[in-house]
Design a protein around this ligand. Structure first.
Ligand code: UDP
Ligand code: MG
Length: 333
């Protein structure tokens, strides 16, 4: 029987954020084409133009004659994390791969990453630029320190968090909410959801055209985001357990000091008005009460957050025998 085949669901989406990469667009597209065609899957390439001002926009619009290319244009420069987030929102593929648009990542690595996610073994495969082709002092050294720190703090052991070349199973990214410089923490955040993370060595080339957009200042922002991630990862559903113990300890220490001083005053008749210890005791009590108060406020915010967005505090792998009217699917995390 002759019937029109339903449009096949896309198996692969490649997301490429670009910001002022005019000279790199065509060579990149040309390098990707044979690789992706050779994979014999339904794919799309999503270019996210992050407010380029150098003619990059015209270059990627010129590629739109390729039916597999989609273009998303930002109104202004929102940063690489936002560009990834937009790509994740619009991607249709079952496997989603992200990479840089400056030819530093190599498209030849795509099939390997795709297969590792496709065959179901891993939910997230992260590239590792083992032979990273960037300057040492302001790029590689901060990155070594950052990677070590992120691994130690988040407990997810990767050599190279900063590598953009990563592959994800669709449901891993679909409901991630990314802020700040958060995209490099996706493996750590995803780990909270309970996904299988792998790391593979990938090729890395020096930048030939255009300029790198990041400087040493990013290190500071990454560090602050790391604090956020660690806090959210460990305490986002129980803030009182984070602030509470410190608050209690501080209050208790302050009370002890005050009691001691009160004893001196009342029993021994000593003057305590000019004692630095008095200041410390009072300070510790105030700080302690404040911290406990912050924990309680946090508890209220957590409830507002989870209940207003119907976000469960758990993630599901699957449900067997799910009722059709069940409200909370995996997509709601
Ligand atoms: N990029 C972006 N928005 C920005 C900065 C960078 O979309 O605000 C893109 C950039 O065009 C490139 C990728 O992110 O495709 C990586 O940027 P870059 O090469 O500057 O970073 P590096 O490789 O030096 O870490
Ligand atoms: Mg680069």
């Amino acid at each position: 029987m002759d019937s029109v085949p339903a449009p096949m669901k896309k198996e692969l989406s490649v997301i490429i954020p670009v910001y002022n990469e005019r000279e790199n667009i065509r060579p990149l597209h040309a390098a990707m084409k044979p690789v992706l065609e050779g994979m014999a899957v339904e794919y799309e390439i999503i270019f996210v133009d992050d407010g380029s001002t150098d003619g990059t926009t015209a270059e990627i619009e010129g590629l739109a004659s390729d039916a597999n290319v989609r273009v998303i244009e930002f109104r202004r420069n929102f940063g690489q994390t936002a560009a990834f987030a937009a790509g994740f929102d619009y991607a249709e593929g079952e496997v989603i791969i992200t990479m840089d648009g400056d030819l530093q990542n190599d498209p030849v690595d795509i099939p390997r990453l795709f297969d590792m996610v496709r065959n179901g073994k891993y939910d997230l495969v992260s590239g590792w630029r083992k032979n990273r082709q960037d300057t040492f002092l302001n790029r590689k050294l901060p990155s070594v320190i950052a990677n070590w720190l992120i691994s130690a703090v988040t407990g997810v052991k990767l050599h190279d968090y900063g590598c953009s070349l990563k592959a994800y199973r669709r449901d891993v990214v679909k409901n991630l909410r990314l802020y700040g410089e958060m995209h490099r923490f996706i493996p750590a955040v995803a780990n909270w959801y309970g996904v299988n993370v792998a790391e593979v060595e990938t090729t890395h080339h020096p930048r030939v055209w255009g300029k790198s957009k990041v400087g040493i200042s990013r290190t500071v922002r990454v560090f602050l985001d790391l604090i956020t991630v660690k806090f959210l990862q460990s305490f986002s559903t129980k803030p009182i357990q984070f602030f509470g113990p410190v608050g209690l300890a501080s209050t208790a220490a302050g009370l002890l000091i005050s009691l001691y001083l009160a004893g001196e005053k009342l029993l021994l008749g000593m003057s305590i008005g000019g004692r630095p210890l008095l200041l410390l005791g009072v300070l510790l009590i105030i700080i302690g009460v404040q911290l406990i108060g912050m924990g309680l406020l946090g508890e209220m915010i957590v409830r507002v957050y989870h209940e207003s967005q119907k976000k469960p505090i758990y993630t599901l792998k699957k449900i067997i025998g799910e009722r059709p009217d069940a409200g909370r699917g995996n997509d709601r995390r």
